[in-house]
Write a protein that binds this ligand. Structure first.
Ligand code: PLP
Length: 445
């Protein structure tokens, strides 16, 4: 045993004895050498042995008997794991990617210098106030900044306190099922974004897949399946891209007020509409307090930022205060203050406009490549969002070319609910996501 440092010597001795006990070399009742004898045997100090024995004692591997010494305690240790299930084998194995894998993101546009400056300003100006917890709904300045942004960008009037900030949409799905109740029947669009359904079900709620037609989720099915809460993406359905017309929106609002139900409006990529004005939100149209608006900064800033929010109607806000107002806001205060300043100072809207220009170019290049390879008829897209649908013949080689350019291609089949068989029309159809595409590589194709 080397003598480089006292701590490492004591840790080494502690580990050696512990391993001998775990492996069964030292069995229950075995007596350890006295501290002095052990020290002499190993040529180390008695204090080092004392520290090692004290740690083993504290963890219950050995017990001290008065005037007798230290003895190994009884314990049944599990057999060592076979190599392939060991934690190390798991660490070494690369993760597979699926439709659930978070979307990659074009990161060259992230405003690093502005963000760094705002972070410094926040620290300098806030000082120790930055260490105080923010209220459960979020930092008031972020709520105010989002409220002002929604008014100018989405035509939504919502008081800041009714905006609840959460660590990503998944967190907010959990919050909503706790708020509305797990005894209700939830509905998700089929095909659709899988995560909300999984979260509602994990919370013990019944969550039914509901079909869509060319206008979006089917109102009739909501009635006959006795749905209470419908989670939808009317501005740009994921993944088909359908933009819900006003007629279907009104039908759904009628359903919600007849049923005393709720609509969760997921507006996840509404900032990326490529022609005309942004469509008004259902939350903005609602007069009966039945629509919950949800949006995220994952698409506009970066998925790693983990900041999303819901806007609650007045009645649900009161319920939230009563039921969930005791839970701390999960987003770090520092990030909330920085984001608030990013929005307030106009950087956010300028950033969106740069992102829109960037994505517009990428979209045009991706569409041109798709048309050259498979023809315009194979594509359906609605002038919005960061993905489109297309038919890709098996022998086209296009998925490989797309992959080289950072364009992600996923079979449409994968977006159907686990309990429902995809229709024949989904076969050979793919969701083409260009949010992380490499512009240079695309233009060289
Ligand atoms: C339909 C939909 N909603 C929301 C999100 C964003 O979720 P989060 O805020 O958890 O990053 C995504 C991301 O892919 C999405 O596709």
């Amino acid at each position: 045993m080397g003598k480089n440092s006292r701590t490492s010597l004591y840790e080494k001795l502690y580990n050696e004895i512990k391993q001998e006990i775990i492996s069964g070399k030292l069995t229950e009742g075995a007596k350890l050498p006295s501290k002095r004898a052990q020290a002499e045997r190993l040529g180390i100090s008695v204090v080092t042995v004392e520290n090692a024995y004290a740690q083993l004692l504290a963890e219950g591997y050995i017990a001290a008997r008065e005037r007798s010494g230290y003895y190994v305690c009884a314990a049944e240790f599990p057999a060592p794991q076979p190599a392939e299930t060991s934690a190390q084998a798991e660490i070494d194995k690369p993760e597979e990617t699926t439709a659930e894998t978070p979307q990659q993101f074009g990161n060259e546009l992230f405003p690093f210098s502005v963000w760094t400056r705002l972070m410094r300003t926040v620290i300098l100006e806030k000082g120790s106030a930055i260490l105080a917890p923010v209220p459960p709904g979020g930092a008031p300045e972020l709520q105010a900044a989002i409220s002002a942004h929604l008014r100018s960008y989405r035509g939504i009037t919502v008081p800041p306190h009714r905006i609840i900030v959460g660590a990503g949409t998944e967190y907010l799905n959990n919050l909503l099922v706790q708020l509305l109740g797990s005894g209700l029947t939830y509905a998700v669009e089929n095909p659709g974004y899988h995560k909300p359904a999984r979260i509602y079900r994990l919370n013990g709620a019944l969550c039914l897949p509901v079909g869509i037609d060319q206008h979006g989720i089917l109102a009739d099915e909501l009635y006959y399946k006795n749905v209470d809460v419908a989670h939808i993406s009317p501005a740009h359905h994921f993944p088909t891209g359908i933009v819900m017309p006003i007629s279907r929106r009104l039908e759904l609002m009628k359903w919600a007020s007849r049923r005393n139900g709720y609509i969760i409006e997921d507006d996840y990529d509404s900032e990326f509409r490529w022609g005309g004005k942004p469509l008004p939100t259902m939350f903005g149209m609602d007069t009966s307090g039945r629509v919950i608006y949800m949006n995220t900064f994952s698409m506009t800033i970066a998925p790693s930022v983990r900041i999303s929010y819901v806007c609650l109607p007045q009645g649900l806000y009161e319920r939230w205060k009563e039921r969930l107002g005791f839970c701390s806001c999960p987003v770090p205060a520092f990030e909330q203050y920085t984001l608030a300043r990013f929005i307030e100072s106009g950087h956010f809207e300028r950033h969106i406009s740069r992102m829109r220009k960037h994505y517009r170019r990428i979209r045009e290049l991706t569409l041109a490549l798709a048309v050259r390879s498979c023809g315009a008829d194979s594509i359906s897209e609605e002038n919005a969002g960061l993905h489109f649908l297309m038919d890709i013949p098996e022998d086209s080689g296009l998925p490989g070319i797309f992959a080289e350019c950072g364009v992600r291609v996923t079979p449409l089949d994968e977006y159907y609910d686990e309990g429902s068989a995809p229709p024949d029309s989904a076969a050979g159809r793919f969701v083409v996501n260009y949010s992380a595409a490499d512009e240079k590589k695309l233009s060289e194709q």
